[in-house]
Design a protein around this ligand. Structure first.
Ligand code: FAD
Length: 400
């Protein structure tokens, strides 16, 4: 039977990064992924701010395209923020996860694709992990000193089988990868575009991200909760086609891929973070931001934190993962609670007018400030926009 120091279940951004950091430290690491290649669950739009590359040591060849514009379209208005400098990029999600897995192998770790964690039993000095190889339909047993749940929204290790999941809010996103002509592509290149407002995507938002020359990611996401004003919502495909037809006005386009996923979030971050020799990271502990659905950077940050706890555990410097949840909460809890409250209003209460008004406060701001608010959650900056908004209003009244 193979023996490992660490088995990481799930080769998303969180699992791949955690396995890579531990393999780099010289531990015997196994990274498991249920799909046989990274093209299978290529679900994420992967729009991120540019710091991700330097913060997590990712090479530029994982970038599909850069963005220096941010566009918000509400039911009756379109607003554009622009910067001379790139503020972020759209990653190639498939390439990125492949890169992380390759790094694990490079540092002496093992990567088993097409292999699913199905069970585990914790013993005195290790965990016995049962894996199903989906390709050969066989069961394999391995032992590990530490088991990492990086299964994303599934929480497949920590909440597998008999264990109870916390109550979870859900949101579902579907995305088409489409090939368009040069004119349509150029109109949307260099920009992250979000379509809000009830006309475009009630109870959620739709988006257009540039992927690479003549290829766009267009998608729609819905928060699966009751809205006080919206009674009927059509299937997500309807809103993606509406976007393609009415917003992009693309007459000839080719669908290259359709993918999607459901995110699950624990209100107040009440997930189980660690249990004996098991530790959970990424979406398995609700690191995805519930207001905007950005989760790649945050999953990787949790992997960074968890890998330090695992290192100390393996070195005998600590005998449990106690303190991990506290550290995670010190980073995420306050900001995530605020985002959750805003998300609740936006996706289950707000009128179309209010959705529009929220963005009018950001008008006149630099793109850098908008990025600080929407990606770094510096909501205190909104007051700056609010003052400018009031001055604009007063000026328009008195200068009439
Ligand atoms: C439609 C959509 C668009 C998004 N767009 C963005 C965006 O633009 N920017 C952004 O930052 N975030 C975005 N997100 C969120 C982001 O993709 C996630 O938050 C992020 O991928 C979470 O990383 P993770 O490693 O925790 O989990 P995941 O990426 O979900 O990875 C979990 C992995 O575990 C594997 N797995 C599950 N169970 C098992 C098992 N039993 N055995 C073996 N393997 C298993 C899965 O196959 C998967 O590969 C988007 C999400 C969706 C759904």
């Amino acid at each position: 039977m193979d023996k490992f120091d660490v088995v990481v279940v799930g080769a998303g951004p969180g699992g791949g990064h955690c396995a890579r950091l531990l393999a780099k430290k010289g531990y015997k690491v196994l990274l498991l992924e249920r799909y046989k290649d990274f093209g299978r669950n290529n679900f994420s739009s992967a729009g991120v701010p540019k710091e991700i590359l330097s913060k997590f040591n990712l090479p530029e060849n994982l970038v599909g395209s850069w963005w220096n514009r941010f566009v918000v379209v509400t039911t009756h208005r379109k607003r554009i923020w622009h910067s001379k400098e790139n503020q972020g990029c759209v990653l190639d999600f498939q390439k990125m996860r492949q890169f992380l897995a390759d790094e694990v192998s490079c540092h002496g770790g093992e990567v088993w694709l097409g292999c699913r964690h199905i069970d585990h039993i914790e013993r005195d000095n290790d965990v016995l992990v049962t894996i199903k190889n989906n390709l050969t339909n066989t069961k394999i047993e391995v032992t590990s000193k530490v088991l990492v749940d990086a299964t994303g929204a599934m929480r497949g290790v920590m909440c597998g089988k008999e264990k109870k999941k916390p109550s979870l809010a859900t949101a579902t996103g579907v995305e088409y990868l489409i090939e368009v002509d040069e004119k349509v592509y150029n109109a949307h290149a260099g920009a992250l575009t979000f379509l809000l407002g009830h006309k475009w995507m009630p109870k959620g938002y739709s988006w257009v991200f540039p992927m690479e020359q003549n290829i766009l990611k267009v998608g729609a996401g819905i928060y699966n909760q009751h809205h006080e004003l919206i009674k009927e919502v059509k299937p997500l495909g309807h809103y993606i086609e509406l976007l393609i037809e009415k917003y992009l006005q693309a007459k000839n386009y080719k669908i290259l891929d359709i993918h999607g996923e459901t995110l699950r979030y624990s209100s107040g971050l009440q997930d189980t973070y660690n249990d004996g020799r098991i530790i959970a990271i990424g979406d398995a502990v609700s690191t995805v931001n519930w207001l905007g659905g950005e989760g790649i950077r945050h999953a990787m940050e949790s992997a960074d934190i968890a890998h330090r706890f695992i290192y100390q555990f393996l070195e005998g410097e600590r005998d449990s993962f106690d303190g991990y949840q506290r550290q995670m909460h010190s980073i995420f809890l306050q900001k995530w609670n605020l985002c959750e409250r805003l998300a609740k209003r936006k996706y289950s209460q707000d009128t179309d007018d209010l959705v529009n008004k929220a963005f009018s406060y950001l008008e006149g701001m630099k793109l850098e400030d908008v990025v600080d608010i929407l990606f770094y959650y510096k909501f205190e900056k909104i007051s700056k926009g609010l003052v400018a908004f009031i001055l604009r209003k007063l000026r328009s009244i008195f200068l009439k």
